[in-house]
Design a protein around this ligand. Structure first.
Ligand code: ZN
Length: 74
């Protein structure tokens, strides 16, 4: 098993999901993987604690497509 770490919500700091490795990618096989939605602004998930929108980015890799938390807006 690869080590995981919690990726925090940029709004409230609650853990959004457990990521594999260093890139904050969602582990597609993990039961705690969040649901990623899409709207006109792109991919996002809702924080389970504060319910705010957290932007996500879709990444393709040799292991398949997965999602990472997008860089915070400045
Ligand atoms: Zn939050």
């Amino acid at each position: 098993m690869l080590p995981t770490h919690d990726v925090p919500c940029p709004h409230c700091g609650a853990a959004l999901y457990s990521a594999v490795s260093l890139d904050d990618g969602i582990n597609p096989g993990a039961v705690e993987s969040p649901d990623v939605h899409v709207d006109n602004a792109g991919f996002y998930m809702s924080c389970p604690k504060c319910r705010r929108r957290v932007a996500m980015e879709r990444v393709g890799s040799d292991q398949g497509t997965y999602y990472v938390r997008a860089a915070p807006a400045r």
